[in-house]
Design a protein around this ligand. Structure first.
Ligand SMILES: [Fe+2]
Length: 174
């Protein structure tokens, strides 16, 4: 039995605010990719799916005169740091296991090299999975952040993924 499900995360107002900002459809797609990669590689599917789902919640909107300013974004972005912190706070508040919350936060912190001074960090299998899952859903020009999904479809996709995770955990405990 898990302490927190994806559906419970999604039901938090604050989670929805930040998930919508960076694209709910992208968040769900990355959660699914992370789940499948984790399953293939014998990594905890619950942790992988949660990290995938929340990986971009640290985004800030770098708009200038109504347009996204890539220069500002590149120079100032720290979304993996903010995301790790936001996800951790949210998960702990929901009652997540603290070790899991930390592992998820670290996977979010290292999901991209874009803000790091160098790109030579050695990732754990889980951290690598979340990075790959994100890259799998990337579209040119950042279009993956703008894909839309209606809330009924979103909630049904998350429920289905929750069931898939529960099934995996059940298998593991046998
Ligand atoms: Fe992403």
């Amino acid at each position: 039995m898990r302490d927190v499900t994806l559906t419970e995360i999604f039901n938090q107002h604050i989670a929805q605010k930040f998930l919508n900002r960076s694209g709910l459809s992208h968040a769900i797609a990355v959660a699914y990719h992370a789940f499948h990669l984790a399953k293939e590689q014998n990594v905890d599917t619950d942790i992988a799916a949660k990290a995938g789902f929340l990986h971009d919640i640290g985004h800030y909107t770098w708009y200038k005169n109504g347009k996204w300013d890539y220069e500002l974004y590149r120079k100032n972005d720290i979304h993996p740091i903010k995301g790790a912190e936001r996800a951790h706070k949210l998960l702990i508040r929901l009652g997540e296991n603290p070790v899991k919350a930390k592992t998820i936060a670290l996977a979010i912190l290292f999901h991209t090299d874009s803000f790091l001074p160098s790109n030579d960090i050695v990732r754990t299998p889980l951290q690598q999975i979340v990075k790959w899952a994100d890259e799998k859903d990337e579209e040119e020009g950042g279009m993956h952040h703008y894909r839309t999904i209606d809330s009924i479809r979103a909630i049904n996709s998350l429920k289905r993924l929750d069931e898939m995770i529960d099934k995996e955990l059940e298998k593991d405990s046998k």
